[in-house]
Design a protein. Structure first.
Lengths: 237, 316, 179
């Protein structure tokens, strides 16, 4: 009765394997016979089964939406150009503004993250302005998600940019937020007004682009100071 | 050699402190020791010459400082830079100067120049660049602060946070983009397949340029397009609180959708209106908030949008 | 399956943003959980996974389809995790262990030792105390549900090694979770 010799099939047994009379199951069948009379192995099987069951039920850690934006930003920083820029002919549908192609990846990212969340969607972080803001229309939601993600990311990288630059960026985000709330207010008055809709989406689009650039700038600044660590890693590949 | 250096030193002290960001004469002295200019500003020059073959790439990433980049004949790439730090204590200033690093990486027909400093958050000064590149090399510049002036180059992207961008007589392979956050973007004589010009606070001005697609956008600032329209070109000019102005020459017809939420919209061209209120053609309608219609053979497409600013389509 | 992978890889290489996002969307969630448990920190996991995808984007040029794209990505991720842990261990100046770690075997009780309902926190803590090699195998097998054959491909070991690592992990966890 050598329990150790059955170590590997014990594992298979715990995983659910049972002898079914096929020639390959010889060792498994032998183990099952052994198991019938071995308290020690029975205890192991019981405990391993509990452990395996508990392990399978462990909750997922959900990556935050900003992770995708960070990946995109770091790739862009590495390539020094918008990596999602595709050949113009394909990327830009007939009359779409050129800027849409650039922001498209972020819209997709925003929508994707909204779709992934299986829990009822947490209210997207309302980044813009004061208490009397009209509700974000459905068309805005991918923007909202992208903006929230980018803002978190930009905030976490706040340390990388100098005070003057941060001040300019902050001022101009305020300019954009004013444009966004003016457009929203106009839209609240005239929901069918296509221009108000377009103005709002323009402003959101510009805000996304600005945050995106901020993130890329800050990522660049970090890249520099982490250069030594980065180089060491590269050498190990 | 020694005499020349002494001369420059003397001249420099006579001239006194240069305001940060002033244009520097491009002398080719090579790296010289820190030079003191007036009250607590120290500078150091940097110089490097290299070359790029046809269709190479040149990338510059700078923190603060002005950048002038010009296309030259031949295959040389010349990089002149002046590092500047201003501190009451000159020794402290000089020490900080030493920490500003200009990295030049060259590989596979690509040159990347990058200004760096151990803690970018407290970047102590500025680096001004004067650069020449071959005319067929793709140029990208990104600056955190400072103006960018580029002439004759093949441009990919010029970006700055605060500073003006001036792009003159340039071209692009496919897509050219110039963007500022707080600053004017002015483009003259640009030829590209698609152009994107944006600023948040500042004006965008396009003059005598040619593209199949143009997008120019300002949030608080004016957008102006002067010149001809390309046949079957598509132009999108957008401002939130500034005006949108076209000053057209040539005879290309266009289809226009112009809308302002609270500003006026006007055209010097006779527009055959369509949609609501399509009855009659008229010159320069009073002050409608929208114009939708066609002029001539409607081959180019114009989308003009302002929120609180006005829109005007005029002749140059 | 392989041709779909090769196609996706080719599209990513060509700069197709949708393709790379497709890759991310397919794997990021499970990878993130894996990394959090491997290296024991949610913040570090974010940084690490960002590194992984950045590198993946670069290295896709070299993907030849010898394994599936998923296995390839998991392998990249595990390498990063193990590097991270080795680095941390080196800093804490403990002896680095190879994948085939020989920990002392716990005496085996002849009766079930762990409670039938194991608390999640206890299990997570216990997993964090496993040596890297067996932790990796356990996470891939019992938590993520990979087969030994796949784990062998991801960790670069034999199927037999994978099985014995999982066995060792279960033994250690049993000892730690004993009531």
């Amino acid at each position: 009765m050598n329990c150790e010799s059955y170590e590997d099939v014990l594992g298979d047994y715990v995983d659910g394997a049972r002898a079914s009379g096929l020639p390959g199951d010889v060792r498994l069948a032998a183990f099952e016979r052994h198991l019938a009379g071995c308290a020690r192995c029975q205890a192991l099987v019981a405990d391993f089964t509990s452990i395996r069951g508990a392990a399978a039920r462990l909750e997922e850690h959900v990556p935050p939406p900003r992770l995708w934006t960070r990946v995109v930003a770091s790739i862009a920083a590495q390539q020094r150009r918008p990596w999602w820029r595709r050949p113009i002919a394909d990327a830009v549908p007939s009359w779409a503004p050129v800027a849409v192609a650039v922001s498209l990846a972020l819209l997709i990212a925003g929508a994707t993250w909204l779709a992934w969340k299986q829990e009822p969607a947490q209210a997207p972080h309302e980044a813009v302005g004061g208490p009397a803001e009209p509700e974000a229309a459905p068309a805005e939601q991918p923007y909202e998600a992208a903006i929230a993600g980018l803002e978190q990311l930009a905030a976490s990288q706040d340390a990388s940019l100098d005070a003057d630059t941060r001040a300019v960026l902050k001022q101009n985000l305020a300019v954009l937020d004013r444009a966004i709330s003016e457009s929203r207010a106009a839209l609240a008055d005239e929901p069918a007004n296509a221009l108000a809709q377009d103005s709002l989406l323009d402003a959101l689009d510009t805000k996304v682009a600005l945050l995106q650039d901020t993130v890329a700038l800050a990522a660049d600044a970090y890249t520099v100071s982490d250069d030594a660590a980065g180089a060491a890693k590269e050498l190990n590949q | 050699m020694k005499r020349a250096r002494v001369f420059v030193f003397a001249l420099a002290t006579v001239c006194g402190a240069l305001p940060a960001g002033a244009q520097t004469p491009s002398a080719t002295l090579g790296a010289s020791p820190s030079t003191a200019l007036g009250a607590g500003e120290v500078t150091e020059r940097f110089s490097r010459t290299s070359h790029l073959d046809a269709n190479g790439a040149f990338d510059l990433i700078n923190l603060h400082g002005n950048i002038v980049i010009t296309a030259g004949s031949g295959r040389d790439v010349t990089i002149e830079a002046v590092k500047r730090v201003q501190r009451p204590n000159q020794n402290a200033a000089r020490a900080l100067l030493q920490t500003i690093d200009i990295q030049v990486v060259e590989e596979a027909n690509r040159i990347e120049v990058r200004t760096s400093y151990p803690r970018p958050r407290n970047f102590p000064g500025s680096v001004d660049f004067t650069i020449t590149v071959p005319a067929d090399v793709n140029v990208s510049v990104r600056a955190t602060g400072g103006g960018i002036r580029a002439t004759g180059i093949r441009v990919e992207a010029l970006r700055t946070v605060s500073g003006d961008i001036d792009l003159v007589d340039a071209s692009a392979d496919q897509f050219a983009t110039a963007s500022a956050v707080s600053g004017n973007v002015t483009v003259r004589g640009l030829t590209a397949r698609a152009i994107q010009l944006t600023t948040v606070s500042g004006n965008v001005r396009v003059d005598n340029s040619r593209a199949d697609r143009l997008m120019a956008r300002a949030v608080s600032g004016d957008v102006e397009y002067a010149g001809e329209l390309a046949r079957s070109g598509r132009y999108e000019l957008i401002s939130h609180s500034g005006d949108v102005r076209l000053l057209l020459s040539g005879s290309t017809g266009f289809d226009v959708q112009a809308n302002s939420f609270s500003g006026s919209v006007q055209s010097d061209f006779p527009i055959t209106r369509r949609g609501r209120g399509a009855e009659g053609t008229g010159r320069g309608a009073a002050t409608p908030r929208a114009i939708r219609g066609a002029f001539g053979d409607a081959s180019a497409m114009l989308v003009l949008r302002a929120f609180s600013g006005s829109i005007s389509i005029g002749r140059r | 399956m392989r041709t779909a992978d090769l196609e996706l890889a080719a599209r990513c290489r060509a700069g197709d943003a949708d393709a790379f996002e497709e890759l991310y969307r397919q794997h990021a969630r499970r990878l993130f959980s894996l990394v959090v448990r491997m290296i024991g920190s949610v913040e570090d996991a974010e940084d690490l996974l960002q590194e992984v995808f950045l590198q993946a984007h670069r290295k896709l040029a070299g993907f030849r389809g010898e394994s599936t794209l998923g296995t390839w990505l998991y392998r990249l991720t595990m390498n990063h995790c193990l590097d991270h842990l080795r680095g941390r261990q080196a800093r804490m100046s403990r002896a680095t262990d190879s994948l085939d770690d020989e920990g002392t075997a716990e005496p085996m009780a002849p009766a079930p030792a762990v409670p039938p309902a194991i608390s999640r926190m206890d299990l997570e803590t216990a997993i964090g105390a496993l040596p890297p090699g067996s932790r990796a195998a356990f996470l891939l097998h019992d938590v993520e549900g990979f087969e030994h054959r796949e784990i062998a491909g991801i960790l670069g070991v034999s199927e037999g090694t994978s099985k014995s690592q999982v066995h060792k992990a279960r033994l250690k966890l049993r000892a730690m979770l004993r009531r």
